[in-house]
Design a protein around this ligand. Structure first.
Ligand SMILES: *[C@@H]1O[C@H](CO)[C@@H](O)[C@H](O)[C@H]1NC(C)=O
Ligand SMILES: *[C@@H]1O[C@H](CO)[C@@H](O)[C@H](O)[C@H]1NC(C)=O
Ligand SMILES: *[C@@H]1O[C@H](CO)[C@@H](O)[C@H](O)[C@H]1NC(C)=O
Ligand SMILES: *[C@@H]1O[C@H](CO)[C@@H](O)[C@H](O)[C@H]1NC(C)=O
Ligand SMILES: *[C@@H]1O[C@H](CO)[C@@H](O)[C@H](O)[C@H]1NC(C)=O
Ligand SMILES: *[C@@H]1O[C@H](CO)[C@@H](O)[C@H](O)[C@H]1NC(C)=O
Ligand SMILES: *[C@@H]1O[C@H](CO)[C@@H](O)[C@H](O)[C@H]1NC(C)=O
Ligand SMILES: *[C@@H]1O[C@H](CO)[C@@H](O)[C@H](O)[C@H]1NC(C)=O
Ligand SMILES: *[C@@H]1O[C@H](CO)[C@@H](O)[C@H](O)[C@H]1NC(C)=O
Length: 802
C-alpha cells in the first residue's frame, strides 16, 4: 500500500513557497510541492454531462492540502477543488470531464487566498491525484502507449455505424492502457476509445472498410471514465491507437503451397450416401459413418455405412450398408484397444437409444467387403445412465470413461460420469456438480489423459484436472478466455469449439499442452477467432491466446502425421445445433505448434461446400484428410452428402511418399520395434516417426484427444528401431497409425496397437449376440462352435453350449 507523508517538512515548505497573496486574477495554481505522492493532474470542466466526482466535502477553509488530506484519509485516489470551498474526492473522473486550460483554474482557495482552483460558470476544478495509488499503471502507461501507438488519431464514425467490431463498456474504469492491453491480448492491433467509457478493438483495416474518417485529435475531448488524465474520444469520435510493438501481435502465414480440396474424387461429384454424424477410420482402412435416425429427413438410411476408400472411384462398390438398432443421434465413439480394434458407440437420442452401447469389429480389406455389422442389445448391455451428447475416453488403465450429456433430447442434464464396462456390483456413477451448474453449455466435454495419469476435463469456459481413481478435482485451472468483449463464451456444444493435445516428443519430459480452437459467445453468437493453449500440469498454468485468421464456431480439427493440425468446417456466425449457424467458414487452416506462439497459423485453401453442424474431418491412412458432413436442417444450407478430400501441403509438392515395412504390430509399452524404410528425398537422419492415436470425432470433440507421439528411434542403414512409448499415461492403450516422414512427406500408415488391452475389453461383453475379438487366449474351435450354437437360436442347443 502507498504511504502518505502529509507533513514532511520538505513538502510543507514547498507549499509555503507557492503561496501568493495576489488577487484572483493572479493566483497561482498549485502544481508542485504536494504532499506525499500527490501530483497535479490538470484543470477539468465539471458538469458538462454531470458531476465528475461524487464525494463532496465543503469547508470555508479548504486548501489544496486539506482537501488532499481529507481524500487521502479515505483512501481516495483523486482530490479536486472547485469553487474555492468545495473539495471532491474520488477514484476517477466520471461523466466525461473535459480538460480545460490551466488558466481557467484561477480561483483562490477559500482557506488560502491566492491558491488556484475554479471559476464560475465554467466550473473548472483543479484535480490532484495520488500517483502511487493511481498510478503504478500510469507510470508504465506512457511507455506502453509510445511503444504501441502508431499515431493517435481521432476518428469520426457516422452515427449508427461502427468502426471496430468489438465493444467493451467500462463505465467507471476505462483507461487507454487497459483498452490497449485488452485489444492486444486478444490479437487486435487497433484500439479505439469513445465516449469516455467505451473501448473498441479491431483491425487497422476496419477504419477504411467501415467508413471511418480521420478528424482532428482535438475533437476527441472526453476524459476516460477511469483516467482523468487521458482522453477517450467523444460522442462518435474515437481516440484510436494502432499497435506499434516491436513484435507484431500475430503473423498469419500465407504459403504458396496451400494444398487443396480434391474435387476429382468421384464421391464428391456423385455424392455420398449419408449425412454423417461420426466418421471413423478402422484398422481395415475403411471409414465407418453413422447417421442420426428419427430426426433425419431421409427415411432411406440404415444409420450406418462403411466406405472403402480404395474403391472411391466406384460409387456402386465403395459403400457397404450396415445397421444400427437404435438412434445414434448424438452419441460418442472411440476405438477399443482390443485385438479387433472394435469401434464402440455409446448414447444417443431419446429413451432406450440414450442407453445404447454399440460395437463394430472392422473386417474385410480394401476392395473386399467385410461381413461384421454393429452389434447392440440394450437388454444385455447398456449405459448406467441415459446420455445424449456424452464424451467417451480411453483411460490409461484400459477402461472407458463416459462423461456428461443430457438425459435425452434437450432434456435435463446428466451431470455424471460412469465407467464402462460397468464394474460388478451395481451402478457406480459419480455426480459432477460443475456439469449441473454449467448445463447446457458443456455437452461433449473435452476429456484427455495427462502424462501424470490425471484427467483433463474442459467444459463451457472452465477446466480442471481430475484424479483418475476418485475423479475428484485435483486442480482447478483458470477459466478459458473467450471473446475480447465477452467473458460468457464457451468451447463445447453448443458454443462449440474443438480441442486436441499438442504433440508429445520422446523423451516425453516437456509438459504436455492442450490446444482449444474456436467456439462462440452467448447471446449474439459471435464465434471466437482465437485458439488457446495451456500446459495444465506446470505450476500456475495460464492460457495463452492466439488470434485465428477468422471466426469459427463448429470447427473440426484433425491431427496430421507431421504434428500439425488442420482446422476446417464451421461458421462465422451462430452456435452448434439445427438452424443456428450461418455464414459458413470455407477456409482451411494449418496450426503448426513447432512455430513460435502467434505465428502458427497458415491460411490454406477454400472449399465451396458449407459444412456446418455435424461435420467431420478425418485423417486417412494415406495422409489425406476426409472432410464430410453438414446437417444444418436450415433453409439455404443443404444436408450435405458430398465427401471431400483435402490434400495438405505436405502431399502437394511432387514428392513420392516414403514407405516402410514392419513385422510386429502389437507393441508393448517400452518395447523396441524394427521397421525397414525406403526414403525418396532425405535420409534417416532427417526422418521423423509419428504415432497418431485412432480416433472418432464428432461435434469438435476428437475422442482420442488427437494424440500424436514422436517416439525415439535410431537407424542402421534403412533398418530403424523405434522405442515404444514408456507408459500408459503418455500413451493410453490403443491403436495408432504409424507414419514415417521423409522430410515433410508422410508415408501411408500401418496400424499398430500399443500397450495391449489391460481391461480385457476383448472379452467384453460376454453375451452370445456379440462377436468378441478375445484378447485372452481362446480355444478358437470351441469358441466358433459355441457361437454357432448360439446363432442357431434353439434353446436346447444353447444350454448344451453353456
Ligand atoms: C485505507 O487503507 C488502509 C490501508 O489499507 C486501511 O487500513 C484503512 O482502513 C483504509 N481507510 C478507509 C477509510 O477505508
Ligand atoms: C505494458 O506492456 C507490457 C507488455 O505488453 C505489459 O506486460 C505491461 O503489463 C503493460 N503495462 C501496463 C501498465 O499495462
Ligand atoms: C513506432 O515505434 C518505433 C519504435 O519501436 C518508434 O520509433 C516510432 O516512432 C513509433 N511510431 C509511432 C507512429 O508512434
Ligand atoms: C471495469 O470494471 C468492471 C466491473 O467491475 C470489470 O469487469 C472490468 O474488468 C473493469 N475493467 C478494467 C479495465 O479494469
Ligand atoms: C486451391 O484449390 C483449387 C482447387 O480446389 C486449386 O485449383 C488451386 O490451385 C488451389 N490454390 C492454391 C493456391 O493451391
Ligand atoms: C437417401 O436419399 C438421399 C436423397 O435422395 C440420397 O442422396 C441418398 O444417397 C440416399 N441414401 C441412401 C442410403 O440410399
Ligand atoms: C459391398 O456391399 C454393398 C452392399 O452393402 C454392395 O453394394 C457393394 O457393391 C459391395 N462392394 C464390394 C466391393 O463388394
Ligand atoms: C480404471 O479406473 C476406474 C476408476 O478408478 C475403475 O473404475 C476401473 O475399474 C479401472 N479399470 C481397471 C481395468 O482397472
Ligand atoms: C479463400 O477465400 C478467401 C475469402 O473469400 C479469399 O480471400 C482467399 O483468397 C481464398 N483463398 C484461396 C487460396 O483461394
Amino acid at each position: 500500500m502507498p504511504t502518505f507523508d502529509l507533513l514532511t517538512p520538505l513538502s510543507f515548505l514547498a507549499l509555503i513557497a507557492q503561496v501568493s497573496f495576489g488577487k484572483a486574477s493572479t493566483v497561482s495554481l498549485v502544481t508542485t510541492g504536494l504532499p506525499g505522492t500527490w501530483t497535479y493532474a490538470g484543470c477539468y470542466v465539471d458538469n458538462t454531462n454531470g458531476r465528475v466526482l461524487g464525494n463532496e466535502y465543503d469547508n470555508d477553509a479548504t486548501t489544496v492540502e486539506s482537501c488532499i488530506a481529507h481524500c487521502s484519509v479515505s483512501n481516495f485516489t483523486l482530490a479536486a477543488i472547485e469553487y474555492s470551498v468545495q473539495c471532491f474526492c474520488g477514484d476517477y473522473l466520471i461523466n466525461g470531464a473535459v480538460q480545460a486550460p490551466e488558466s481557467d483554474c484561477n480561483m483562490a482557495c477559500g482557506g488560502n487566498a491566492g491558491r488556484g482552483d475554479m471559476w464560475w460558470p465554467k466550473s473548472p476544478l483543479s484535480v490532484y491525484f495520488d500517483e502511487q495509488r493511481y498510478g503504478d499503471s500510469r507510470a508504465h502507461d506512457s511507455e506502453n502507449e509510445s511503444s504501441r501507438s502508431l499515431g493517435v488519431s481521432g476518428i469520426d464514425r457516422a452515427t449508427g455505424s461502427i468502426v471496430f467490431p468489438y465493444e467493451l463498456d467500462w463505465t467507471t474504469n476505462n483507461t487507454v492502457d487497459a483498452c490497449l492491453n485488452q485489444c492486444a491480448t486478444y490479437g487486435y492491433p487497433a484500439a479505439g476509445l469513445e465516449y469516455g467509457e467505451q473501448c473498441f478493438c479491431g483491425d487497422i483495416s476496419d477504419v477504411t472498410s467501415n467508413g471511418g474518417t480521420y478528424v482532428a485529435d482535438s475533437e476527441c475531448n472526453m476524459a476516460c471514465s477511469g483516467d482523468p488524465i487521458h482522453l477517450c474520444g467523444a460522442g462518435n469520435r474515437l481516440t484510436t491507437y494502432y499497435w506499434n510493438g516491436t513484435t507484431p501481435l500475430y503473423v498469419w502465414n500465407t504459403p504458396e503451397n496451400t494444398g487443396y480440396y480434391e474435387a476429382s474424387l468421384k464421391l464428391f461429384l456423385i455424392g455420398g450416401l449419408v449425412v454423417p454424424l461420426i466418421a471413423t477410420v478402422g484398422i481395415n482402412n475403411k471409414v465407418t459413418f453413422i447417421e442420426k435416425g428419427a430426426t433425419s429427413e431421409f427415411s432411406n438410411s440404415t444409420g450406418a455405412y462403411e466406405l472403402d476408400i480404395s474403391l472411391a472411384d466406384n460409387y456402386l462398390l465403395a459403400w457397404r450398408e450396415m445397421h444400427v438398432k437404435s438412434d445414434v443421434f448424438c452419441s460418442a465413439s472411440i476405438i477399443l484397444p482390443d485385438k479387433g480394434a472394435r469401434q464402440i458407440n455409446i448414447g444417443g437420442w431419446s429413451l432406450q437409444s440414450t442407453y445404447g452401447v454399440r460395437l463394430y469389429w472392422p473386417d474385410g480389406s480394401p476392395g473386399v467387403n467385410g461381413t461384421h455389422d454393429w452389434e447392440e442389445n440394450v437388454n444385455e448391455l447398456s449405459l448406467q445412465r441415459g446420455r445424449w451428447y456424452p464424451t467417451a475416453m480411453m483411460m490409461s488403465n484400459g477402461s472407458i470413461l463416459v462423461v456428461g450429456g443430457e438425459t435425452g433430447s434437450n432434456g435435463p442434464p446428466q451431470p455424471s460420469l460412469e465407467i464402462l464396462p460397468k464394474p460388478a456390483g451395481g451402478d457406480t456413477f459419480i455426480t459432477l456438480d460443475y456439469l449441473q451448474r454449467t448445463d447446457p453449455n458443456n455437452l461433449y466435454p473435452f476429456l484427455l489423459v495427462l502424462p501424470s495419469g490425471r484427467i483433463f476435463i474442459g467444459y463451457y469456459n472452465e477446466a480442471r484436472i481430475l484424479d483418475p481413481v476418485t475423479f475428484n478435482t485435483v486442480t482447478m485451472l483458470p477459466n478459458m478466455p473467450g471473446a475480447v468483449n465477452n467473458f460468457l463464451a464457451g468451447r463445447n456444444y453448443p458454443l462449440e469449439g474443438t480441442a486436441v493435445l499438442l504433440p508429445q516428443h520422446a523423451p516425453y519430459t516437456d509438459p504436455i499442452e492442450i490446444l482449444i480452437c474456436g467456439g462462440s459467445t452467448m447471446g449474439a453468437g459471435i464465434p471466437l477467432d482465437n485458439c488457446i493453449t495451456i500446459a495444465p500440469e506446470v505450476g500456475n498454468p495460464t492460457w495463452t491466446l492466439e488470434r485465428m485468421p477468422s471466426k469459427r464456431v463448429m470447427p473440426c480439427m484433425v491431427t496430421l502425421p507431421d504434428g500439425t493440425y488442420m482446422i476446417v468446417n464451421g461458421a462465422h456466425q451462430g452456435f452448434a445445433g439445427f438452424g443456428l449457424a450461418s455464414d459458413p467458414n470455407l477456409n482451411a487452416l494449418l496450426y503448426d505448434p513447432s512455430k513460435p506462439v502467434g505465428q502458427r497459423f497458415s491460411i490454406l485453401n477454400n472449399t465451396t461446400v458449407a459444412r456446418l453442424y455435424h461435420s467431420e474431418a478425418t485423417l486417412l491412412p494415406d495422409g489425406r484428410v476426409l472432410v464430410s458432413g453438414s446437417d444444418p436442417e436450415s433453409p439455404g444450407y443443404p444436408e450435405e452428402f458430398r465427401i471431400e478430400v483435402y490434400i495438405p501441403p505436405y502431399l502437394n509438392q511432387g514428392f513420392k511418399q516414403p514407405t516402410f515395412t514392419l513385422t510386429e504390430t502389437d507393441w508393448d509399452l517400452g518395447g523396441q520395434y524394427q521397421i525397414e524404410v525406403t526414403l525418396f528425398q532425405g535420409a534417416t537422419d532427417t526422418m521423423r516417426v509419428s504415432l497418431v492415436a485412432a480416433s472418432s470425432s464428432t461435434h469438435g470433440n476428437v475422442m482420442s484427444g488427437g494424440r500424436i507421439l514422436f517416439p525415439a528411434f535410431s537407424c542402421t542403414g534403412t533398418t530403424c528401431t523405434i522405442a515404444a512409448p514408456p507408459n500408459a499415461d503418455i500413451c493410453p492403450p490403443g491403436w495408432h497409425q504409424l507414419f514415417v516422414l521423409d522430410g515433410p512427406t508422410p508415408s501411408h500408415s500401418t496400424w499398430i496397437r500399443i500397450g495391449g488391452d489391460p481391461a480385457k475389453l476383448g472379452n467384453w461383453p460376454d453375451y452370445p449376440d456379440f462377436t468378441l475379438p478375445a484378447s485372452r487366449t481362446y480355444d478358437m474351435a470351441a469358441l466358433a462352435f459355441k457361437r454357432q450354437i448360439f446363432k442357431s437360436e434353439s434353446p436346447e442347443d444353447r444350454s448344451l453350449a453353456l
